[in-house]
Each structure stands twice: as C-alpha cells, then as structure tokens.
Design a protein. Structure first.
Length: 302
C-alpha cells in the first residue's frame, strides 16, 4: 500500500467472492440485465466499433452479442476472476483488475463495462486507464451500482446491530452518486460525459433469501474494515424481521432495489462539439424567450 493510498475494499476478498460466484453460476440476472441495457444503447449510436474491450465478462453474454455485430473485428474480455473467464466463449481473455490494465494506448474503439467497477479502490485511476486505452473519439459505456442500492437492507442491519450488539459495523459498500461519477469522468479526461440512473427491482421469499442471492452473486461484504466474525444469529433474524417491515410486499415476499448508474463519455477528439467562448453569443436569450431583460437585482413590476 503506497503512502496516501486509500483502500476501501479488500481485493483478495472480492476475488474470492467472485470466484465462488463463477463456480455456482446461479445468480446472474442482475449482471445479464445490466449487460443487455448497455448493448441496447449501442443501437442509438450511429457509428461502428471494430475493436472492443469488455471489462467484467461474467459469463460472456455481452461479448457473445458483440462478436455477432456487424463491423466488429476484435472483442477482448477482461475479468479479475479466472472462473468467469473459463466459462466465457473462446476468444481473447485477460485476467486483470481495472486498476492495472495491460493494454497499449489507443488500443480500442469502445469500452463496455457492466457492473464491474464498483469494487474498485481507485475508480479515478481506473477511468484514466480506460480513457488512455481508447482511440480519440472512442466511447466508454459503463454501469456501476449506485448509492441507493439495497438501502432498506442497509437500514435494517443498522437498526438490528444497534438493538442486538449496541454498536454497528460496516456492511454495505459505499457506492457511486451520479453527480460524483460525472465529475470523475471529467477528471479522467473524458469529453461529453452523460450520467443517468435507473432501478432494477426483484422480490424474494425473505431477507435471508436475498442475502443468499447476494452471496451467490459474489456481492457480499468485502470492506477492509468489516467485522471478521460470523454475524450473530439474533442480529441476523432481527435484521430479517426489520427488512420485512421496511420492504414487505403485499404477497408476503420482500422487495429489493438495485440502482444502476450508467456513464457515457468519449475520448477527446478535435471533431467533437466545443463550448462557446464566454461573450461570443450572437443572440439574446431574452429575445428567444420573448421576455424583457432586466439588470440583476431589479424586480418585475406587477
């Protein structure tokens, strides 16, 4: 760990969790949905991409669709879990983390990353590397879990630990806010950043079933400051009870909500639109709106 480096996540634990998820292969709906949504956005972009990097392959669904797309010459898959790479279709695969990508500058026209960056300790650094490996006017489409993901589960565990153990421990990871992500894209040197968010909802038999699903996804607690002991039975049962009160559905099941933050941005190129120089406007906003322009501080008369 370098001096001044901030490490929020235990990367060893993240890899272990994801390798387990690769072995199980029973909880891919969220990642497949996120991958499909990114793929569909390409239909709105009127240009082709020949060389593509997929960061976060899981079971290779996104790469498989991309290889059948007209004009695509190369799709390289990257994942930090060998188990996922082994389950992907034959093709160029690289075992690597987002913070240490082994690619030359301007190697790709397009980067796609469905739900693979939210376990990154140095997200600004990872985005900088992704921008570097894009050709000028290359595109990044990436999604991460947002800050409102599983907010009810976070609250249920907080209240349960306070009641059962008279204290709390970190359980749910800090996640991205859309405004913060837009700033990080600009900081990494991307142009024309656009960030939006959406929600994916699912229902489960109980909070315990939701927790089992998260484990199968490889999305359980990997914070460096997490408590390294098993959760007390009383705390777990109280959290499940509280969660039902917070997110219970009419049919007796419980709901879970995942916020998906999607970022779209371009590697800089001289052909891209540039903001106008201040004072260079040739028309007045007041004329366009059909209103009367008043000096700042003046009040409109009744």
């Amino acid at each position: 760990m370098a001096e001044g480096e901030i490490l929020v996540f235990d990367r060893g634990a993240v890899r272990q969790h994801r390798e387990r998820a690769a072995r199980l292969g029973t909880a891919e709906f969220l990642f497949e949905e996120a991958a499909q949504r990114l793929y569909e956005r390409l239909d709105d972009i009127k240009r082709g991409f020949a060389r593509i990097l997929v960061l976060g392959t899981r079971y290779g669904v996104l790469a498989r669709n991309l290889r059948s797309r007209a004009g695509v010459e190369l799709v390289v898959e990257v994942d930090d879990a060998l188990g996922f790479l082994r389950r992907s279709e034959p093709g160029p695969c690289v075992l690597a983390e987002a913070e240490a990508l082994p690619f030359a500058a301007t190697a790709f026209d397009l980067v796609l990353s469905p739900l693979a960056l939210h376990w990154t300790n140095d997200l600004p650094g990872a985005l900088l590397q992704l921008r570097r490996c894009l050709k000028p006017d290359g595109l990044i489409l990436a999604s991460v879990l947002g800050g409102e993901t599983l907010d009810a589960l976070r609250q249920a565990f907080l209240e349960a630990e306070l009641a059962e153990e008279r204290g709390v421990s970190p359980r749910v990871s800090p996640m991205a806010d859309g405004r913060d992500v837009a700033g990080l894209l600009q900081r990494a040197g991307f142009a024309l950043p656009v960030v939006d968010s959406d929600r994916i909802s699912a229902t489960y038999e109980s909070a315990l079933a939701l927790m089992a699903e998260l484990r199968a996804m490889g999305e359980t607690n990997a914070l460096r400051e997490r408590r390294r002991v098993f959760t007390r039975r009383g705390t777990l049962l109280r959290a499940a009870e509280l969660y039902r009160a917070l997110a219970g559905a009419a049919d007796g099941r419980v709901a879970a909500s995942f916020e998906i933050v999607t970022m779209t941005a371009w590697a800089p190129h001289e052909s891209q639109p540039k903001p106008l120089r201040p004072g260079s406007a040739t028309a007045r906003l007041a004329d366009a709106l059909g209103s009367v322009e008043r000096p700042a501080g003046d009040k409109a008369r009744p």
